[in-house]
Design a protein around this ligand. Structure first.
Ligand code: CAA
Length: 258
């Protein structure tokens, strides 16, 4: 258990539940909040006792984007020097699965944050959108890149150029989210999924995540070679021996992450 200014963490067995708490500003992602969030994620990623992570916000908002008040008077050179979105890249290098549990608004940086996670469980009232164009800018934390990869060029452009938000149901139809559940079941469902993943062999989970991320930005042969080597590497783990032995002995495996 740990409580920072904006980020609260609770352990549920081997799953970490990380909650963004800045309700009064619809969880707008100011610099201090993002620093705290990324530090927390990196600490949990390095913690051997943690197998999977769930990131959530509040009932009204997962996050309503970057903090507009904080950015309103910043000049272009200051923005470039600050390069505030560089720390977001650290989320991409987390080795453990990170599941977003999204209720309420996931707008702008909030939608980008959800997409930076590996999977998204949405509450039925959730809204996803990239409204930056409405305030005269554009996404700066991956919106044009991840949304396009996730839903395709035409649908991404419609969302990005109109700034209009879509419902959870529509997000599911477009392949942006894994599943839609009742609002009050959203975090529980994300935790359930996380617990299922937490039972698997950690090294296999890690290499599967790495291989899938590789598939997003490499040609097929490089990806196939990467996958094959990862597969062979798992033959050096005790968990591989245990997993195969348990199958042959018709019992559940007990994985130790070695
Ligand atoms: N930044 C700063 N403050 C924000 C905020 C944001 N992104 N979103 C909401 N807030 C604040 C409001 O200013 C308001 O503060 P006060 O009570 O002090 O006035 C408080 O949160 C509640 O907001 P609303 O009264 O607007 O609440 P609502 O329920 O009527 O509407 C909302 C909620 C639809 C999310 C609306 O607040 C909204 O449209 N927010 C802005 C969304 C947006 O444009 N996001 C993109 C930001 S830019 C970005 O994210 C760039 C990037 O790529 C990272």
């Amino acid at each position: 258990m740990s409580d920072g200014q904006y980020i609260h963490t609770r352990m549920h067995d081997r799953v970490a539940l990380i909650r963004i708490q800045r309700d009064e500003a619809r969880n707008a992602l100011n610099l201090a909040l993002m620093n705290e969030l990324v530090d927390t994620l990196e600490c949990l990623d390095a913690d051997e006792t943690v197998r999977c992570m769930v990131l959530t916000g509040g009932e009204k908002a997962f996050a309503a984007g970057a903090d507009i008040a904080e950015m309103a008077d910043v000049t272009a050179p200051a923005m470039k020097l600050l390069n505030q979105f560089r720390i977001w890249d650290k989320i991409r290098f987390l080795t453990k699965p990170l599941i977003a549990a999204v209720n309420g608004y996931a707008l702008g940086g909030g939608c980008e944050l959800a997409m930076a996670c590996d999977m998204i469980v949405a509450g039925e009232e959730a809204k996803f959108g990239q409204p930056e164009v409405k305030i005269g800018v554009m996404p700066g934390a991956g919106g044009t890149q991840r949304l396009t990869r996730n839903v395709g060029k035409a649908r991404a452009l419609e969302m990005l150029l109109t700034g209009n938000a879509i419902s959870a149901e529509r997000a599911w139809q477009m392949g942006l989210v894994n599943r839609v559940v009742a609002t009050d079941k959203c975090v529980d469902e994300a935790l359930r999924l996380a617990h299922e993943i937490a039972q698997q062999a950690p090294m296999a989970v890690r290499l599967i995540k790495e291989s899938v991320l590789k598939a997003l930005d490499t040609d097929i042969q490089t990806g196939m070679d990467f996958e094959r080597n990862a597969f062979y590497l798992l033959f050096a783990t005790e968990d591989k021996s245990e997993g195969m032995k348990a199958f042959l002995e018709r019992r559940n495996p007990v994985f130790h992450g070695r």
